[in-house]
Design a protein around this ligand. Structure first.
Ligand SMILES: Nc1nc2c(ncn2[C@@H]2O[C@H](COP(=O)(O)OP(=O)(O)O)[C@@H](O)[C@H]2O)c(=O)[nH]1
Ligand SMILES: [Mg+2]
Length: 204
């Protein structure tokens, strides 16, 4: 899929205020600093679509972007950010939870995980929440340019083993990505394109 247009639509903290247009929607979420903004910019070919910054936890809203006039890309706040107050965290959790439970057009959530890390409780807990609520998701292992190919494979294998050991019946669909060398761009966009086709054919 070629990205022909990418436009910012709206930011808000209420699912009720999200766009009403019935388009297939893809959410991107992960721990702060995992490389989410960089990935969104890499996928869309727009350098400044999502803000990248060294300061984690800056984007605290649900951000809708319309891509190719036929699907929504949603940039969600990073979780696991230590420097926000407890009450902010709680508020964050409830509006994010609402978004996931209520947003009907959400056809896939991409959970971003740093390819250098071993399974972190917060990520696995979050994927359990998605699975329990029957929200389709895929993992994207980010920043693969920081590792040698062998180490990437080893880390993903370890991740897989860790999840299967802790009662997961299967390992989710996954991709690898690098915003520096564009690894994963084609695969992720093709995956989105194939779901869009199913959605438009009325199969989802
Ligand atoms: N080497 C490398 N660095 C990355 C990659 N993606 C993000 N970064 C860096 O990681 C930091 C956090 O990235 P950002 O996209 O702002 O993360 P976010 O907080 O998840 O949105 C920044 O310093 C980025 O330049 C990547 O694929 N490779
Ligand atoms: Mg960001």
């Amino acid at each position: 899929m070629q990205i022909k247009s990418a436009e910012f639509i709206v930011s808000n903290s209420e699912v009720a205020k999200c766009p009403t247009e019935k388009l297939p929607e893809y959410a991107f979420i992960g721990r702060s600093n995992v490389g989410k903004s960089s990935l969104i910019n890499m996928l869309t070919g727009r350098n400044k679509l999502a803000k990248t910054s060294g300061t984690p936890g800056k984007t605290q809203l649900i951000n809708h972007f319309k891509i190719n006039k036929n699907w929504f890309l949603v940039d969600l706040p990073g979780y696991g950010y230590a420097r926000v107050s407890k009450s902010t965290k709680k508020e964050f959790q409830s509006f994010i939870t609402d978004y996931f439970k209520q947003r009907k057009e959400l056809v896939c959530t991409f959970v971003l995980i740093d390819s250098r890390h071993t399974p972190q409780k917060i990520d696995v807990d979050f994927m359990e929440f998605l699975a329990e609520n029957e929200i389709p998701f895929a993992i994207i292992f980010t920043k693969t340019d920081k590792l040698k190919p062998k180490a990437i494979t080893q880390n993903i294998t370890k991740y897989k083993e860790g999840m299967l050991k802790s009662n997961w019946a299967y390992f989710p669909t996954y991709f690898t990505s690098s915003s520096s060398n564009k690894n994963g761009k084609e695969e992720i966009l093709n995956f989105i394109d194939s779901i869009n086709k199913d959605f438009n054919a009325g199969n989802i």
